[in-house]
Design a protein around this ligand. Structure first.
Ligand code: NAP
Length: 424
């Protein structure tokens, strides 16, 4: 039996989940892997905080006690860019293998950290950085190593999915669903990174790099969050045979990449339409294996700790595993994609308003497959027009929508959502 120890940076949701998982399943882990795992030290900010059953003698506020002690692996579970980046770089400098769950630091400084790790002949495990407990990194780097990945699509932000599910199923407003997500621990006090799509974009960058073997500059993903989604949009979707989901899509189009995260209408029979609450799913298409879908808990202390632990065991067993060191490749992100669209225009209830909107769309060749209006008796400023547009280029549609947004009959911002008929 190999005796191996790990040092933890951070003992929050995931850190505590990992401590608990090792305590609970230490014998099972040893039986399966031949490794008896112990924790040597844990870095925290606040020594006085209640941490349940965590052995307080392991806690310290001094990073050097964690990074430079004799542990075999340093596990970064602090989150954010700094000081996580500096601590990871120092651990690599000490010749330590590192495991992290931190997509933000990888999206921001991944290339630099992976280069440093390669130079010191150590590795960085990052399974938990995408999809929580879903072993998607290992699938892409090991299980499907022989496949050319053609495309990836998924639901990779549990907060957005939880909010959209509660809105759709319980007819909650966006604000009510967000408050519920915060109460249940599925959204941060400041939920911006999640609901504005940044977190999903960072995860998609990691997935796209793995899938297509590219090194992407940060910020390459086209991002739209869910702040503007109204209960009315979910109800329209339901009536028309769709659900609204926040999706992440990566396709290698040859000369260009299509990389985007945005809310979309999905037909009710779409494989991602059934992913509810905080669950995540990643769907991918390989040239040999065909299509597959991974579904599971994308967040939470215990599921995320499960993914962290799989990296730790991989590293301490000395498996060769994935060495993530993609080459920088200049591939522009496709500026303009074709899609069908759902449009909602908040309007004043005055004669001819639907005609004005239809004309502005028709003038640029955007044709309409469905139109409906909701008008509130006695409240002429509470109306809305909902339209499904046939497949068209986004740039063309945007020009029409901008023109409509300037009409005096508009009472608010138009909502534009893509319809994902099928990922092709
Ligand atoms: N939570 C999830 O469901 C989930 C899912 C997937 C990935 N992740 C990723 O996992 C990582 C950890 O997330 P989490 O939810 O566990 O975070 P968290 O609950 O906020 O815990 C962060 C921990 O890091 C410590 N810490 C923060 N700044 C520090 C500093 N400057 N010096 C020393 N210690 C510091 C905190 O110490 P104190 O306890 O003393 O404040 C805390 O123990 C993040 O990268 C996150 O994106 C989380």
């Amino acid at each position: 039996m190999k005796q191996r120890s790990i040092a933890l940076l951070g003992c929050g949701t995931v850190g505590r989940g990992l401590v608990e998982l090792i305590r609970k399943n230490r014998a099972l882990i040893a039986e399966r892997s031949g490794v008896d795992l112990t924790i040597s030290k844990i870095l925290v900010r606040d020594m006085g905080k209640d941490r349940g059953d965590v052995d307080r003698s392991l806690l310290t506020c001094r990073p050097e006690e964690v990074i430079t002690n004799g542990s075999d692996v340093v596990v970064e579970l602090i989150g954010g860019i700094e000081p996580a980046r500096t601590f990871i770089a120092r651990a690599i400098g000490e010749g330590k293998n590192v495991v992290t769950a931190n997509k933000a630091v990888l999206a921001h400084s991944g290339a630099e950290l992976f280069r440093a790790a390669a130079a010191r002949n150590v590795r960085i495990g990052f399974e938990a950085s995408v999809g929580g407990g879903i072993p998607i990194v290992r699938a892409l780097t090991c299980g499907l190593v022989g496949d050319r990945i053609l495309e990836i699509s998924g639901i990779v932000n549990g907060t957005c999915n939880y909010i959209l599910t509660r809105m759709a199923e319980e007819k909650l407003s966006f604000a009510q669903a967000l408050a519920a997500a915060q109460k249940e621990g599925f959204a941060e006090a400041d939920p911006s990174l999640d609901i504005d799509g940044i977190d999903a974009a960072q995860k998609l960058e990691i997935l796209a790099e793995l899938a297509f073997g590219l090194q992407l500059d940060p910020g390459r993903v086209r991002v739209q969050g869910i702040r503007d989604i109204d209960l009315e949009d979910l109800q329209s979707a339901e009536a028309l045979g769709y659900v609204v989901k926040h999706v992440a899509i990566a396709k290698d189009l040859g000369r260009e990449l299509d990389l985007r995260v945005h809310p979309a209408f999905l037909p009710k029979n779409h494989p991602l339409a059934h992913v509810r609450h905080e669950f995540n799913a990643v769907r991918l298409k390989g040239d040999a294996v065909g299509e597959m879908i991974f579904h599971g808990k994308g967040a939470g202390g215990s599921p995320t700790a499960s993914a962290v632990l799989s990296d730790i065991i991989d590293l301490v067993k000395g498996d060769t595993g994935p060495v993530h060191l993609p080459e920088p490749v200049e591939k522009p992100v496709a500026p303009d994609i074709e899609s069908e669209y759902y449009l909602r225009f908040p309007i004043l209830d005055v004669p001819g308003v639907i005609g004005l909107i239809a004309t502005a769309l028709g003038n640029r060749g955007v044709s309409i497959s469905h139109a409906s209006a909701t008008l509130v008796r006695g409240a002429p400023d509470k109306g809305s027009v909902k339209i499904l547009a046939h497949r068209c280029r986004e740039s063309v549609l945007r020009k029409s929508v901008d023109e409509i947004a300037r009409l005096p009959v508009l009472t608010g911002k138009p909502v534009v959502l893509r319809i994902l008929e099928e990922v092709t």
